[in-house]
Design a protein around this ligand. Structure first.
Ligand SMILES: Cc1cc2nc3c(=O)[nH]c(=O)nc-3n(C[C@H](O)[C@H](O)[C@H](O)COP(=O)(O)OP(=O)(O)OC[C@H]3O[C@@H](n4cnc5c(N)ncnc54)[C@H](O)[C@@H]3O)c2cc1C
Length: 434
């Protein structure tokens, strides 16, 4: 196929966008609410490219940019985060000719910047069984475990809500238990600051290494015939009038396709302006420590996720949150480290756990979440745009649904029939609801 007329000539590989970083320094000062804090924190130099703990642990060069971009594909998927890679994987598994286009590296967006907590159960798309099966079938070692999750309650109101939730939980839902302060200490085998009154224990909570997950899935997609083009930006998507084809204009030239899947999270609003009213972009701050002795075998949070953390298999604690300290600054699509929030994160562990050992910070980073106005992800066919699809809007809770959502949308594209499980996520619902 000849190159699309809407497309500029192929250019040099896209450079990863420069990111502003604050000057780091000593942050061993105690926070105002930490009378019992005994730990000390020393900041370490951060990489000028603001890499994340997770991205440092995979070989990004395993997916180099294409020497020649294919000019045709049955389906083009835009975005190489969990949603795009999962959709590509399932399409390739169904025998569909699929080309994924990623502006930077795989998992460069929210997928490579999260905490890897897998708290499944909110929707039928979130299936731990599906995750276990695919990891086993494809031989992916993503350090997936289901050790449980404890959310510490910071007020009597929150603890009350946890008690109500635990007692009213339906018989078909995974159980949740309300614990008092000392039961939380017994569970963690650690002292906990008395400002935490108790907690919500969810034995079904899981954790995963997000980039190993996505890179393993991408390798499986390649083995099944998918084509992945990293460091290639999609610039424009233009349906061709009177034909069932769509021109996808990229920084490396044009692709003619029959179907396009928008899995590009924070850029969706640029391609599909109607979704600006529907998706709000919110920034989250995350840091990782150096490797520490095993302290947290389970995933943890404060309340409904004001702060969240987990320890990896090699002892690194990945900790995020404290957005409520600067909510206005932490809105929008700019990937910037917020020093004030990072300082609070650095002091959180010594404050919450008396006697917490001194540690050094490994990496600090930020990531952007795409929150839909009604809190439900947006997965399915775009209204008034034949053969165009969207998989987005997972906010701060995309990891457990990634495989199920990608499978559901791939099956819909391949068979023309949407599974009932996708109904609540219909992208057309915002029009119907006015
Ligand atoms: C700080 C933070 C903490 C989180 N913690 C958790 C957690 O512990 N558990 C959990 O379940 N969820 C968590 N989440 C949410 C989870 O990470 C997301 O829901 C999920 O990763 C979304 O995946 P995605 O593929 O939709 O988006 P992304 O991973 O952002 O992928 C989108 C991709 O599209 C690419 N792209 C954009 N524009 C273009 C273009 N024009 N051309 C080509 N490519 C393009 C981007 O480079 C990016 O790689 C967190 C998110 C953040 C930011």
């Amino acid at each position: 196929m000849s190159e699309s007329r809407t497309c500029p000539a192929p250019t040099k590989p896209v450079q990863i966008a420069p990111i502003e970083l604050p000057v780091t320094g000593e942050v061993g000062r105690r926070s105002a609410h930490s009378p019992t804090s005994s730990g000390t924190v020393h900041a370490m130099a951060t990489s000028p490219a603001m890499t994340t703990h997770w991205l440092l642990e995979v070989h990004v060069e395993a997916f180099p940019p294409p020497v020649v971009l294919p000019s045709e594909a049955e389906v083009v998927v835009i975005g190489g985060g969990l949603m795009g890679v999962s959709t590509t994987y399932w399409l390739a598994r169904l025998g569909v000719n699929v080309l994924l286009v990623e502006a930077h590296q795989l998992a460069w967006g929210a997928t490579g910047r999260n905490a890897g907590l897998m708290l499944a159960g909110a929707t039928p798309l979130e299936s731990p069984e599906l995750v276990r099966t695919v990891l086993r079938e494809e031989g992916i070692n993503a350090e997936y475990t289901e050790p449980g999750h404890l959310a510490l309650a910071s007020s009597p109101e929150i603890l009350d809500k946890i008690h109500r939730e635990a007692s009213q939980r339906g018989a078909t839902s995974a159980p949740v238990y309300a614990l008092d302060h000392s039961a939380c200490e017994d569970l963690l085998v650690m002292r906990i600051n008395t400002r935490f009154l108790g907690g919500r224990w969810f034995p079904g909570g899981g954790m995963i290494h997000p980039t190993r997950f996505v890179y393993g899935l991408a390798r499986a997609a390649l083995r099944r015939g998918a084509f992945l083009a990293t460091q290639t930006s999609v610039l424009k998507v233009s349906p061709i009038e009177g034909q069932e084809s769509i021109d996808v204009c990229t920084s490396r030239g044009g692709i003619r396709t029959r179907q396009v899947v928008f899995a590009c999270s924070t850029s969706i609003n640029e391609f599909l302006p109607d979704f600006r009213k529907v998706i709000t972009l919110v920034r989250g701050q995350v840091m990782s420590t150096q490797s520490l002795p095993e302290m947290f075998r389970i995933g943890l949070a404060v309340d409904w996720g004001t702060v969240y953390w987990r320890q990896t298999a090699d002892g690194v604690v990945v900790l995020g949150g404290c957005r409520n300290l600067d909510p206005i600054a932490e809105t929008g699509a700019q990937v910037l480290v917020n020093q004030r929030i990072q300082d609070a994160l650095a002091h959180f562990l010594p404050d919450a756990f008396p006697g917490f050992p001194t540690f050094r910070i490994g990496q600090r980073w930020a990531g952007i979440m795409d929150y839909p106005v009604d809190g439900r992800p947006i997965v399915g066919a775009l209204p008034h745009a034949p053969n165009q699809w969207i998989i987005a809007g997972f906010g701060g809770h995309g990891m457990p649904a990634g495989l199920g959502a990608g499978k559901a949308i791939a099956e819909t594209i391949a068979t023309g029939r949407a599974p009932a499980a996708l109904e609540p996520f219909d992208p057309g619902r915002f029009e119907k609801e006015g």
